[in-house]
Design a binder for this molecule. Sequence first.
Ligand code: ADP
Ligand code: MG
Length: 234
Amino acid sequence: MVLLEATDVVAGYGQTEILHGVSIFVDQGEVVTIIGPNGCGKSTLMKAIVGMVRVRTGSVSFQGTDISGYPPERIVRTGLCYVPQTSNVFPSLTIRENLEMGAFLRKDDYRGRIGQMFDLFPDLAAHPGRKAGSLSGGQRQMLAIARALMLDPVMLLLDEPSAGLSPAMMQTVFDRIREINESGVALLLVEQNARDALGMSDRGYILVAGEKRLEDTGKDLLNNPEVASLYLGG
Ligand SMILES: Nc1ncnc2c1ncn2[C@@H]1O[C@H](COP(=O)(O)OP(=O)(O)O)[C@@H](O)[C@H]1O
Ligand SMILES: [Mg+2]
C-alpha cells in the first residue's frame, strides 16, 4: 500500500486557485523531494496534505485512509507531522519546553523520547534550558524537526529545512534528515537546495505554476539536462 497519496489536488486561497490538480505519492520509508520555482505552490501542497489549506477537489490518503477534510490536529494523530518553513518553534520557550510541547498529544511518558532527541541532536542537548529564540538558524531548524519527532511520526513533511543556513550547517541538517529516514520515517521534503536534496531522495517531483511538470528518481532528475539548467544552477 502507498503510504501517502495525493490525487488531483486542487487548492488555493480565496478566489485564487494555486494547485490545479496535483498528484504525488510517497511509499513507506521513502525520501521524496519537491522542487520548483518560488511561488509555484510547494508549501501550499504541503499545507493541503496536512489539512491547513482546504482540498477543494481531489483527495489525500494516508495509510489507506482518506484524510482530506480532517482538521490538522486529527491528521497529526494519524502519524503525519509537518514542519513549516518559518515560525516552527516557540521562541520564548526553552529547548526542553519546545520538545514537551511537541509531545502534547502523547498520553504516555515521553521523557525517554526527549532523551532520544538529545542523542540525535547533540547541539540541543548541550543547553536544554536555552530559549529557542536565542538559537542559531540551524539549531532552530533542528529543534523544529525534533519537536515534530516527539510524536514518533510515520512520516514527516519538511518545508525547506535548509533555507538560510550556512553550507556547513546545511550539511549537518541533511545528515540528520538522512538518519531520521534510516530510522524508518518516510520524508517529503520541499527544498531550494535541489542538488543536495535530490541526491538523497528516492524520487522527486518538479512543480511549476501549480502543476506537476516532471517526476522521476532523484538520480534521474539530477541527470536531466532540463532540470539541471533550470533548478540546479546549470
Ligand atoms: N495565505 C495565503 N493567502 C493568499 N495567497 C497565498 C497565501 N500563501 C501563499 N499564497 C500564494 O500562493 C502561491 C503559492 O505559494 P506557496 O505555496 O507558498 O509557493 P512555494 O512554497 O512554492 O514558494 C504564491 O503566489 C503565494 O503568493
Ligand atoms: Mg514555500
